[in-house]
Design a binder for this molecule. Structure first.
Ligand code: FAD
Ligand code: SF4
Length: 503
C-alpha cells in the first residue's frame, strides 16, 4: 500500500506498523532457533558430486573447439581440457589444469557466479537451457587433489628478489603463489589476524563450509617462500615508503575496507548495521546462537552482500527479511539465480524504492524505515513522492564498499573513481608498485577477477625484476591511449587520469 506522506500511517511492508509498535523495543536477540538446529543451519549449498555424477556430467561436455566457456572465465581455465581429464578418469590432472590458471580454483568453484560467466555461454545452455555444471566439476577435481594434501607445483630456484604484498585476500594470495613459484621471496602484510580476505570474512557460510578458506590458504602456502605477517596494517604498522624502499616490488591488494553510507539522519543507531561487518562476525562466530538477529529485518542493496546477509539472517531465525533495492530487478547486481536463491529461503525482494528516513524510538534505536518509490525520468532515477514504511528491528546497509586511500597518502599513486588506477599489467602510476583486486578501478569485484589480477601483476613483476620484455608498453601509453585490455573497462582510468589526481 502506498502513502503520499512519508509517515507510517497506512503503510505496509515487512509487516505493517501496528498501533503498539511505538512502545515496543526493537526485537533483537540470539537463539531464535532450537539449540540443535544450529549445527546444520549453514550446510553446504550444493553437496559435492559423487564420482559417478561427475562422470555423467563430464559426458555432457562437447569439448568445444575455441570453447566459449573458457573465454568467459576471467582466469582463462582450459575448461574443456579439465572436463575431458575428469571424463577419462584423471581428476588430479584436471585439478592441475585448473590450478595452473587459478590457484584458488577450489574457492572459485564454490563462489563464482557461473550462471553469468562460463555456464551462461556454455553451448548446452544456449541450445537446451541446461549448461554443463562446470563449477561443480571444478570443485570435484580440486577437492580430490586438495584432500590428498600434495602440492602440485614446485618452486623454482631462489632469485634473491623479495616482494611485499599488502593484503592476504584472493588477489594477494594469487600473486604471492605465482611469484613464489618463480623463486621469489614474498612477505604479505595482512591487517587481520587471519588470511583469505573476504574468502574468510565475507563469503556466505553455506558456500564455503568446513573452514575451506583456511584449508585453501594452507594449500597455497605449501609452495614455500611466502611469509604472512598478520595484524600488520599499512598506514598504521607499516608505511608505503618503507615497503617501497625495503623490497624489490610492492603489490597492493587491500580490497575495499570502507563502507558507503545511506546519508540519513539516525544512521549511527546501533541497529543500523554494515552488512559486511555483520557477516564477518557471523563467519567468525564460535556460537551462532549468540548472534543478534532481529525479528523484522530490512536489507538495503542489490548485490551479493545484500543477498548473503538476507539469507543468513533468515536462516538464523528472522521472521521477515526484506531486501529493498532502488532500481528494478534487471539492474540488481545479484544474478537472477542469487535472487531466486534468496526468495526460495523466504526473503522478499522489493524494487524501485530508495531510503528516505529512519524512525527512532526514545532510546535512539531505529524501529522503522521509510522509502520513497522511484522511477526513471529522462534516464535519471528520481523519487515519485509516494512512500512506504517498513518495520525494522535491524537494518543492514549493503550498498557497496569503498576504498580507503589514507594508507597511501603522499605516495603519488594515481586514482580513478575512488580506487587505484592501473594499466593492463596492473602497474600503478608509481614505478615499483602494482595493485589488483577490488582496490583497483574498473574491475568486476569478484573473487575470480581478483585472482586473475594477482596473476597478471605477478607476471608483470616477474618480467620487470628479471628484465624480461613487457607484454604492454608503458603505463601512460596504455592508459592515455584508452586501450581496453581484456575484461577491463579502462574508460574510467583514462578519464580519471585527466581528472582524478593522485593520493
Ligand atoms: C559479503 C560479500 C560476499 C561476496 N560473495 C561473493 C561471491 O559469492 N562470489 C564472488 O565471486 N565474489 C563475492 N564477493 C566479492 C569477493 O569477495 C571480492 O571480490 C574479493 O574477495 C576481492 O579480493 P581482494 O583480494 O581484492 O580483496 P579482499 O578479499 O577484500 O582482501 C583484502 C585483504 O587486505 C587486507 N587489508 C585491507 N587493508 C589493509 C591494510 N591497510 N593493511 C594490510 N592489509 C589490509 C584485508 O584485511 C583483507 O584480508 C563478495 C563480497 C562480499 C563483501
Ligand atoms: S561450452 Fe559447454 S559443452 Fe562446450 S566445452 Fe564448454 S562446458 Fe563443454
Amino acid at each position: 500500500m502506498r502513502s503520499m506522506e512519508p509517515s507510517t500511517k497506512g503503510s505496509a511492508g515487512n509487516s505493517s506498523i501496528d498501533a503498539n509498535a511505538h512502545a515496543r523495543e526493537p526485537d533483537i536477540r540470539g537463539g531464535r532457533l532450537a539449540a540443535d538446529a544450529y549445527q546444520h543451519v549453514f550446510d553446504d549449498l550444493h553437496p559435492p558430486l559423487s564420482p559417478h555424477e561427475a562422470l555423467v556430467e563430464s559426458d555432457r561436455c562437447y569439448f568445444c573447439h575455441d570453447a566459449p566457456c573458457m573465454n568467459a572465465c576471467p582466469t582463462g581455465i582450459d575448461i574443456p581440457m579439465f572436463i575431458r581429464q575428469i571424463n577419462t578418469g584423471n581428476p588430479k590432472g584436471a585439478a592441475k589444469t585448473i590450478l595452473s590458471e587459478n590457484i584458488l580454483g577450489g574457492m572459485c568453484a564454490r563462489v563464482c557466479p557461473t550462471e553469468t560467466l562460463c555456464e551462461e555461454v556454455c553451448v548446452r545452455q544456449v541450445a537446451e537451457g541446461k549448461p554443463v555444471k562446470i563449477g561443480h566439476l571444478q570443485r570435484y577435481a580440486t577437492d580430490i587433489l586438495m584432500v590428498e594434501g600434495k602440492h602440485p607445483f614446485r618452486r623454482a630456484a631462489p632469485t634473491g628478489k623479495h616482494i611485499a604484498i599488502v593484503g592476504a585476500g584472493p588477489a594477494g594470495l594469487s600473486a604471492a603463489h605465482r611469484l613464489a613459484t618463480y623463486g621469489h621471496q614474498v612477505t604479505i602484510f595482512e591487517a587481520r589476524p587471519k588470511g583469505g580476505g573476504l574468502n574468510e570474512y565475507g563469503i556466505a557460510t553455506y558456500k564455503a563450509v568446513n573452514n575451506f578458506a583456511q584449508r585453501e590458504l594452507e594449500f597455497v602456502l605449501q609452495i614455500g617462500g611466502i611469509n604472512i605477517e598478520y595484524n600488520q596494517r599499512l598506514g598504521q604498522d607499516i608505511s608505503i615508503e618503507t615497503l617501497k624502499s625495503g623490497y624489490d616490488a610492492v603489490f597492493l591488494a587491500m580490497g575495499l575496507p570502507g563502507v558507503n553510507n545511506l546519508g540519513l539522519a539516525g544512521e549511527d543507531a546501533p541497529n543500523v548495521i554494515d552488512a559486511v561487518d555483520y557477516i564477518a562476525n557471523l563467519r567468525q562466530a564460535k556460537d551462532l546462537s549468540s548472534l543478534p538477529v532481529g525479528r523484522d529485518i530490512v536489507v538495503i542493496g542489490g548485490g551479493m552482500t545484500a543477498i548473503d546477509v538476507a539469507i543468513q539472517t533468515k536462516k538464523l531465525g528472522a521472521e521477515n527479511v526484506t531486501i529493498v533495492y532502488r532500481r528494478d530487478r534487471e539492474h540488481m547486481n545479484a544474478s537472477a539465480y542469487e535472487q531466486e536463491l534468496a526468495q526460495i529461503q523466504g526473503v522478499v525482494i522489493r524494487h524501485s524504492l530508495q531510503p528516505h528516513a529512519l524512525e527512532r524510538n526514545a532510546d535512539g534505536m531505529v524501529r522503522a524505515i521509510t522509502f520513497e518509490y522511484t522511477t526513471v525520468r529522462d534516464g535519471r532515477l528520481c523519487g515519485t513522492g509516494e512512500y512506504l514504511t517498513l518495520k525494522a528491528d535491524q537494518i543492514f546497509k549493503a550498498i557497496g564498499q569503498k576504498f580507503e586511500p589514507d594508507p597511501l597518502r603522499g605516495s603519488g599513486i594515481g586514482m580513478a573513481g575512488g580506487r587505484i588506477s592501473v594499466d593492463a599489467e596492473r602497474r600503478t602510476s608509481v614505478p615499483g608498485i602494482w595493485a589488483g583486486g577490488d582496490c583497483v578501478a574498473g574491475g568486476q569485484d569478484l573473487t575470480v577477477a581478483s585472482v586473475e589480477d594477482g596473476k597478471i601483476a605477478a607476471e608483470s613483476i616477474h618480467a620487470t625484476l628479471m628484465k624480461q620484455p613487457y607484454a604492454v608498453e608503458g603505463f601512460a601509453d596504455t592508459v592515455l591511449s584508452g586501450a581496453t585490455p581484456a575484461g577491463r573497462d579502462f574508460s574510467v582510468p583514462l578519464d580519471v587520469h585527466l581528472t582524478g589526481g593522485q593520493i
